[in-house]
Design a protein around this ligand. Structure first.
Ligand SMILES: NC(=O)c1ccc[n+]([C@@H]2O[C@H](COP(=O)([O-])OP(=O)(O)OC[C@H]3O[C@@H](n4cnc5c(N)ncnc54)[C@H](O)[C@@H]3O)[C@@H](O)[C@H]2O)c1
Length: 352
């Protein structure tokens, strides 16, 4: 297949990002892209998202938004890494054979290799540790390979540990006895959270667009609700653990909870929704603060060489970070989002 020229945008043509490269793969014919938002604090890291988008413009929008969030996530977490993201975007409706999937992953690995280490990929929606091993066939810059291959495997457990640390700080207590928690998205992080919160005595309600997950949830003693109801139920805590963009002016108006904290990336449709949440007296912990457990754990182990316990202890520092952000928001009469952004900017300034 003839190779299409890649499209490269650099900071000269973009206001906030350092670089965006999109290319149609020479083996697969599928477009993959990498956005680097910032390398001020160190090499850019971010997940490799593998999903069809209705248009390539939407894929580009996603990779730009997600890479910017990674800069904030790493900066607030105190990591010496910057923000990046990659997207593999097969045409909608195209079903890939295992060989085609392998081919597009290698195409993407070629692109990663061209960044010479200034971008490093991990798993994200649609990819997992086994895919990271395929990326390693053509580039050393992939993390979270399976434990059997010497990597740290899935980061969803540490991500859940970080969300629970954020929840403790936000709720002001570790005691979840009798509290009603609604988790929207019963995937890998959602399932970890549900099990831990149920073990801690919470009344846990879960939902997922995949109805096949209902039996497993109910067997585990969880209550099931339909996805469209999850964000409207009366609850002590709502945990967005599915997709981004779930908090809009409309959905916030229907929330019936004092606290929203969860792992889903880019939960707000727009930053101004943080003000809508505050106006309704709902405490929202910025997603890039609460969801940093996975990247903190993985990079502590794979890049800094820490052991399991030391890396997990680092994940637990998210509790202190949330306390700091909330104290600043109270002192300055601002939102947690404004204070988290200020913290990220401060770290970037110092790093620069
Ligand atoms: N896994 C990690 O370490 C990690 C780290 C940081 C952030 N995140 C983010 O956290 C979220 C969950 O991650 P995950 O690894 O559990 O993903 P996952 O793919 O394992 O689970 C997501 C679940 O959400 C369900 N879902 C999709 N749309 C839904 C909807 N509209 N309503 C209800 N359920 C819906 C899916 O069916 C799936 O079961 C994602 O947004 C991810 O980007 C994950």
């Amino acid at each position: 297949m003839p190779q299409r020229p890649s499209i490269t945008l650099t900071s000269a043509s973009m206001t906030a990002h350092e670089k965006l490269v999109a290319r149609r793969g020479r083996r697969s014919g599928i477009t993959t892209m990498i956005a680097i938002h910032s390398t001020v604090l160190g090499p850019a890291v971010g997940g490799c998202r593998f999903k069809p988008y209705p248009t390539l413009t939407q894929a580009v929008d996603d990779v730009l938004r997600l890479s910017a969030a990674m800069t904030a996530k790493c900066a607030v977490a105190g990591l010496a890494f910057g923000g990046g993201k990659s997207v593999i975007a097969p045409e909608p409706g195209r079903v890939l054979s295992p060989d085609e999937r392998h081919a597009v992953l290698l195409d993407h690995a070629d692109l990663i290799a061209e960044f010479g280490g200034s971008y490093r990929a991990g798993p994200d929606v649609g990819t997992g540790p086994a895919d990271m091993l395929v990326l390693r066939e053509a580039s050393p810059y992939a993390f979270c390979t399976p434990e059997s291959a010497g990597g740290t495997g899935s980061s969803s457990g540490p991500t859940a540990v970080g969300v629970l640390a954020a929840l403790r700080a936000a709720a002001g207590s570790a005691d979840m006895t009798g509290r009603r928690v609604v988790i929207s998205g019963y995937g890998s992080v959602g399932a970890h959270l549900a099990a831990s919160l149920r073990a801690a005595g919470a009344d846990v309600v879960v939902s997922d667009i995949d109805p096949a997950k209902r039996a497993e949830a109910e067997e585990g003693g969880l209550t099931w609700t339909e996805p469209e109801k999850a964000l409207t139920l009366t609850a002590d805590v709502v945990i967005p653990a599915a997709v981004g963009g779930v908090l809009s002016p409309e959905t916030v108006a229907r929330l019936d909870t004092p606290l929203v904290v969860g792992p889903a990336n880019n939960q707000l449709t727009d930053d101004s929704v943080a003000d809508d949440l505050a106006a309704r007296g709902i405490l929202w912990i910025p997603d890039y603060v609460a969801s940093a457990g996975g990247i903190l754990y993985t990079l502590s182990r794979e890049a800094e060489g820490l052991g399991h316990e030391a890396a997990l202890a680092r994940v637990e520092t998210i509790e202190d970070t949330v306390r700091t952000v909330l104290a600043a928001a109270k002192a300055h009469a601002t939102t947690p989002l404004a204070e988290a952004a200020a913290l990220a900017e401060r770290r970037l300034r110092e790093g620069r």
